[in-house]
Write a protein that binds this ligand. Sequence first.
Ligand code: GDP
Ligand code: MG
Length: 607
Amino acid sequence: MDIKKRDLSQFPPENIRNFSIIAHIDHGKSTLADRLLEYTGTLSTRTKAVQFLDKLQVEKERGITVKANSASMFYEKDGTTYLLNLIDTPGHVDFSYEVSRSLYACQGALLLVDAAQGVQAQTMANFYLAFEQDLTILPVINKIDMAIADPERVTKQLENLFDFPEDDIILASAKSGIGIQEILDNIVDNIPAPEANPDEPLKALLFDSWYDDYRGVVCLVAIKDGMLKKGDIIALAQAEKKYEVLEIGLMYPEETPTGALYAGQVGYIITGMKTVKEAQVGDTIYNTAQPVEAFPGFKPAKPMVFAGIYPVDTTEFPLLADAVEKLILNDASVTVEKKTSAALGLGFRCGFLGLLHMDVFKERLEQEYNMSIIVTAPSVLYKVTLNNGKVLDLENPADFPERQVIQQIQEPIIHATIIVPKKYLGNTIALCEQKRGIQTEMNFIDEDRVIIKYQLPLNEVATDFYDQLKSYSSGFASFDYEEGGYAPSDLVKMDILLNGTAVDALSIVVHNEFAYRIGRDLVGKLRKIIPRQLIEVIIQAAIGAKVIARERLSPLRKNVIAKCYGGDITRKRKLLEKQKEGKKKMKQIGTVEMPKEAFYTIMKKEN
Ligand code: GDP
Ligand code: MG
């Protein structure tokens, strides 16, 4: 169907359906989105983009969605043409606020569950997010084509956990194209039309934005009331500025100009915004001629996990600065602060929504910008009360005051939901206890699977909890969490010393009770990872002035060095090349050469 011939004013709210697909990772959300777009002719089967909704490189690699997205399609049923807007949500706990905002633009959701895997932790979390927002939820069991599919078992789970009647559950295979028409018919019949009023002044929700190299910031918007057209002057509730609408249209599935969007519709606008910081997720757009009350529930992005990022080669700081600046053009939720570390020189202290968010940022710096960087161990935001009653918000261990002046430290807590086959329950509980977890709930969801809930310090989860959980459960456990406020805890700052000097970038905050074990562990690992050098290297862990662990790296013997540099010219050149190569991986800390892995990687447990 030629979209240019469509007059969007002909689609009143009653002929519009706005929905999203919610699912645990890998349950087939992107594949189903592709099938729906193909079936309705939005995406041709010949030019089929592999998983249209996953656009970032890292998203494709990890099979996760980091950004929200949207795609429109036209679907005819019983003689009426409907405009269906699929609003994709990020598929990871780090982005739960973004998920809630995208869902706010929808009236319904397809709850997609893998027929072999069954209900997983993110299925639960996403279901409750959608349920709390009063969305109509249509259950779909996907991948029924697979030999190991067990739709009966999954049907029972959906009945038990969420009270879905068996008859309402759609059986589908996004891969083989089974159930696609049934899904579309159900969307039209069962998801309510948006409650939108064409006669009210413009009120639109901004639910995502990204930076396009050629066109600047593109915003995804859901028009609640009124209409928005090219040339309109708009403003945002959370900002001071005014913008002219330069382009407006549908995501069909790429940006397709339509000149206007009407009440109930979902699409994109381009307004000449320069950075995504101007386009905050959850903000309200109105016409400057008629200001309106903002949508409730706006929250500015709040970083949860912090880390230092430094170039391995100090002279590359300007390159790093440039790369970071480009990346944050497209990611409003990263906070960045220039920072000098005594050990690592000039770099940045960055705040992220979560660990995955941090890893994605790090990988993009390495892969897209070819930077060789050091990332320090992730930290969280502590509330430190001093003896004089003053409360400090501190995330950088290097900024912690002396232990004597601290009255109390509070740390952020999360409420974790874990679903695991009962076979791995013992392992999983052991891991949670080891991470200072407090169990709050345990229930069977069927004969085989258990759901357990834990209160866990974010600090313990921030390094590699998820990886460990996967290995403790042979990959079968799923995990999700929500914030749970702050709790006092007996925490101390631990320093790592090389030849007597504390390396600021290696300091961490740990629980007092585990400090000895962690100290011994870290020092032992560093001894293995730091190569022997011309001088002796003493590695120590200390709390204040008290050394709690110590290792010694003996110096290389002189004759070994002499041998290495012996007469041979080609060997010498090879050695020089190797040194140059090594320079990208090694960092000079005082008199000691350190591999870059010594910083963040060393914090992770070897599995
Ligand atoms: P997402 O993470 O929810 O977006 O999941 P994807 O759509 O990326 O799918 C994850 C994997 O499951 C991919 O390898 C898909 O090819 C596969 N997959 C998706 N739907 C089906 C299905 O109906 N049947 C089978 N056999 N595989 C599927
Ligand atoms: Mg996907």
